[in-house]
Design a protein around this ligand. Structure first.
Ligand code: AMP
Ligand code: TRP
Length: 341
């Protein structure tokens, strides 16, 4: 019996924050025993917006170390760097040539990022979801655990696999039945933590690209800074924390964070904080955040101090990923009719 395959990734831009952890990486950890798991650092995606070449390599190592610190185990998972497996770029090109341009122009993330960049928008930014589709389809992934914001990209990957490749290019077996070229993946979006909002505006998502550092808690922020950011987080004049009140997005977000970070769950957290003022609640939340991140930060420091081991993990991951990816790339090349090498 082969285990279902999982693939996911995070960009090595800036530092990872609570949204990346709670929306994505945390959900990867529990899949390692039941699934065949692949986790990549998507550095090719990181250059779709202007980047600093002097930082890319270090940020890539930092992100990989954070995966491990959050509980990704290289003995059970394949951890690798996207740009080190050339099949990603190559499949992206092949998929580019079958993907309608208007599918990309309507992507919400593209439109949002494009507005911020004015006339500096690169072709790569538009093409971002096709590269992401290549990441996923190369590994025949059954499941892709991501935060809510990536749902549209996942649907695009499914449409490319199904409508643009399988429906048009599948070879036939002896009975004339099509043999699908690519596996059509499913998103895995867990409700809790799927959308962590900004500390300074409960109606916009916590994001690496927000210029205001106070809007997010980074996984490597020291305890004093975490406490300070939570102390300054936006509140409202109402007493008592609650979920689901559309007029009180900050209450919903911070109570949700408390529920996860304290390990108490939503019901117990809601009951505990229902009559609590913000001034009592914030120190509780700060402590829960500091305590939840403490073991991650400790493991991170150890891992980052031993560069040789980290690089060996990525080298081993690269080899395993490359074996799987080369095979599926070859399937697509054959289906599209290229002259065999
Ligand atoms: P990115 O930071 O764009 O590379 O995102 C990496 C992963 O983190 C993706 O699976 C995103 O869906 C997830 N993610 C990013 N920001 C948030 C957020 N504010 N809340 C929940 N998940 C998020
Ligand atoms: N686009 C994803 C994000 O910003 C990152 C990503 C790239 C990804 N390739 C992927 C996630 C493949 C899952 C699978 O969050």
């Amino acid at each position: 019996m082969t285990r279902p395959r999982v693939l996911s990734g995070v960009q090595p831009t800036g530092s990872l924050h609570l949204g990346n952890w709670l929306g994505a990486i945390r959900n990867w950890v529990g899949l390692q025993d039941s699934h065949d798991t692949f986790f990549c650092v998507v550095d090719l995606h990181a250059i779709t917006v202007p980047h600093e070449p002097g930082r890319l390599a270090e940020d890539t190592l930092t992100t990989a170390a954070l995966y491990l610190a959050c509980g990704i185990d290289p003995a059970r998972s394949t951890v690798f760097v996207q740009s080190q497996v050339s099949a990603h770029s190559e499949l992206c090109w092949l998929l580019n040539c079958v993907t309608p341009l208007n599918w990309l122009e309507r992507m919400i993330q593209f439109k949002e990022k494009a507005i911020k960049q004015g006339d500096q928008v690169s072709v790569g930014l538009l093409d971002y979801p096709v590269l992401m589709a290549a990441d996923i389809l190369l590994y025949d992934a059954d499941l892709v655990p991501v935060g809510e914001d990536q749902k549209q990209h996942l649907e695009l990957a499914r449409d490319i696999a199904q409508q643009r490749i399988n429906a048009r290019f599948s070879p036939k077996d002896a009975h004339g039945e099509p043999i699908p070229v690519l596996k059509v993946p499913e998103p895995l979006i867990l409700k809790e933590g799927a959308r962590v909002m900004s500390l300074t505006d409960g109606s916009s998502k916590m994001s690496k690209s927000d210029p205001n550092e106070g809007s997010r808690i980074n996984l490597l922020d020291p305890p004093e800074l975490i406490t300070k950011k939570i102390k300054r987080a936006k509140t409202d004049p109402t007493m008592g924390l609650e979920f689901g009140n559309p007029e009180r997005p900050e209450s919903d977000n911070l109570l949700g964070l408390y529920a996860i970070l304290s390990g108490k769950g939503r019901e117990a957290a809601a009951a505990e904080c229902a009559g609590m003022g913000w001034g009592t609640f914030k120190p509780l939340l700060a402590e829960a955040a500091v305590e939840a991140l403490r073991p991650v930060q400790q493991r991170y420091a150890e891992l980052r101090a031993d560069r040789a081991t980290l690089e060996a993990v990525l080298q081993q991951g690269r080899e395993r990923a490359d074996t799987v990816a080369s095979e599926s790339l070859q399937r697509v090349r054959d289906a599209l009719g290229f002259l065999p090498a």
